[in-house]
Design a protein around this ligand. Structure first.
Ligand code: C5P
Length: 223
């Protein structure tokens, strides 16, 4: 069964304070979107990438994708107002032969191919939903609306979750059919009662959110 990557790149990226949407910001001479596409194609089994771009940037996204040698395997579609809508738009554009789907943030543009491969392998060995996670360095507290602490979960039980997140296609489609919104796709799958497995994440899969993150990416790429 073939592997499709839904690359969500339709966010505005206001925290980056750039003139253009985040995925179209350049680091080391290329946009975050191009870096992410390159790594997703380096993964062993990727047969299709669906780039979900802002409606205002469909042409630009297509032009960037067309520079890749495997441009013929890239589909560009318009995203929605919330991340969940953007993923759903990506799902609708997957080829029929795709059985395993990786949902990935273009903002995590340095996530290495080996991480994609690890997640796909876990799905192939029988897990319907697999996400990468890192142990947290900080103590995390749950607070209420007034800022008062409600709970302090045992830190050793917590993981900071990244993307790509890997699913069998039917499980991801069912999760999105619920129409609920969430900040990640695994949360929708959890709501269905399906078990989600966390495997080791990768420091390089950090999300470019602030100007400091952009500098970090630039340093890593030797810029
Ligand atoms: O805003 P945040 O950094 O959490 O976004 C994570 C990813 O989701 C980014 O790659 C962003 O482009 C994407 N996104 C999207 N559609 C939205 C909001 C975010 O594709 N409406």
């Amino acid at each position: 069964t073939h592997v499709g990557v839904i690359l969500v790149a339709a966010g505005s990226g206001t925290r980056l304070r750039a003139a253009q949407p985040k995925a179209f910001v350049r680091v080391a001479g290329h946009t975050l979107l191009e870096h992410a596409v390159a790594r997703a194609f380096e993964a062993a089994d990727t047969t299709q990438i669906v780039v979900v771009a802002p409606a205002s940037h469909l042409v630009e996204a297509g032009a960037l994708a067309s520079a890749h040698p495997r441009a013929a395997d890239v589909t560009v579609v318009a995203g929605g107002a919330e991340r969940t809508h953007s993923v759903a738009a990506g799902l609708a554009a997957l080829h029929d032969d795709i059985g395993v789907v990786l949902v990935h943030d273009a903002a995590r543009c340095l996530a290495p191919a080996g991480l994609f491969d690890r997640l796909v392998e876990a799905v192939r060995t029988g897990h319907d939903a697999v996400v990468p996670g890192l142990a947290v360095a900080d103590t995390i507290k749950q607070v209420d609306a007034s800022g008062q602490v409600v709970a302090t979960p045992d830190r050793s039980t917590l993981r900071a979750i990244q993307t790509p997140q890997a699913f069998t296609r039917h499980v991801l489609a069912d999760a999105h059919a619920s129409g609920v919104e969430a900040t990640d796709d695994a949360a929708l799958v959890e709501r269905l009662g399906t078990t989600v497995l966390v495997v080791d994440g990768d420091e390089l899969a950090f999300k470019v959110t602030t100007p400091t993150d952009l500098e970090r990416a630039e340093r890593i790429l030797g810029g």
